[in-house]
Design a protein around this ligand. Structure first.
Ligand code: ADP
Ligand code: MG
Length: 252
């Protein structure tokens, strides 16, 4: 197995309590990996550490074979690792289009100490980004609301904007924290189809999701966390057959 993402021995404490107690975790390149576990298991904390929002106390994160532990989110995005949030971020009054335009791949000219881009080059880049935003909106069936403020969208459409935002960065891998939570069944099926299509194009996905039917449908590889550790790793059928997993879900 070639791992797109490999996490080893990650620890993270909050006020002396271990939220992550030495997590071992790998996402095979090209897979849709499901990350499941009871509430408080540490799934979101793990995604926060992997995506650079939270520094771990110890351990290592490798992306595409390179150590990226503690790297800032924009540096990870530049390498091709992006994430969605449970709640869409950004400025509520901004339109879907403006929202997407915030998140294009970084260009050398945008670095702080380098010359900004001027004139024709800047306009060309802006036009490329706009075309990219439009094509993502068409693909996610958001073009009819592209000028609407994000606040005016349904919960499911906001989730699609979150996915669209990650696609602006031309990702190789996307971490998704409950992208279907609170979404109606029709749009849930639509989001599932989008995820399968993105995966078929070669994007590795890691999905935190509570709905086991969706995990079974989408995920070839499943990792179960409980109490800040990896409990079991395997196919859907393997992990649900595991007695430790059944106990973790039923509670002790
Ligand atoms: P999950 O996403 O699996 O439900 P979390 O990663 O959100 O679990 O939480 C794991 C543990 O870490 C929980 O006990 C939670 O209370 C704790 N925790 C998470 N974030 C914080 C924080 N910012 N401050 C204090 N405790 C936190
Ligand atoms: Mg969570």
């Amino acid at each position: 197995m070639t791992a797109a993402l490999a996490v080893s021995g990650i620890t993270r404490h909050f006020f002396g309590v271990a939220a992550l107690g030495g997590v071992e975790f790998a996402v095979p390149a090209g897979s849709i990996t499901g990350l499941i576990g009871p509430n408080g298991a540490g799934k979101s904390t793990l995604l926060n550490v992997v995506s650079g929002l939270l520094k771990p106390d110890g351990g290592e994160v490798r992306f595409m074979g390179e150590a990226v532990t503690g790297a800032a989110p924009h540096r990870l995005a530049a390498r091709g690792l992006t994430r969605t949030f449970q709640v869409a971020r950004g400025f509520p009054k901004m339109s879907v289009f403006q929202h997407l335009m915030l998140y294009g791949p970084r260009q050398p000219g945008e670095r702080l100490l380098q010359a900004p881009m001027w004139g024709a080059a800047a306009r060309r880049r802006e036009a490329e980004l706009a075309e990219r935003a439009w094509s993502i909106a068409r693909r996610l069936r958001l073009s009819h609301v592209i000028d609407a403020p994000v606040t005016a969208l349904s919960g499911g459409q906001k989730k699609l904007v979150e996915i669209g935002r990650t696609l602006m960065a031309e990702p190789r891998m996307i971490l998704l924290d409950e992208p279907m939570a609170g979404v109606n069944p029709t749009l849930t099926a639509e989001i599932a189809a989008h995820l399968q299509a993105l995966n078929a194009e070669g994007i590795t996905l890691c999905l935190v999701e509570h709905d086991m039917a969706l995990i079974r449908q989408l995920c070839g590889h499943v990792v179960v966390m409980a109490q800040g550790r990896t409990l079991v790793t395997g196919s859907f059928d393997e992990v649900v057959a595991n007695t430790e997993v059944q106990e973790a879900y039923l509670g002790r």
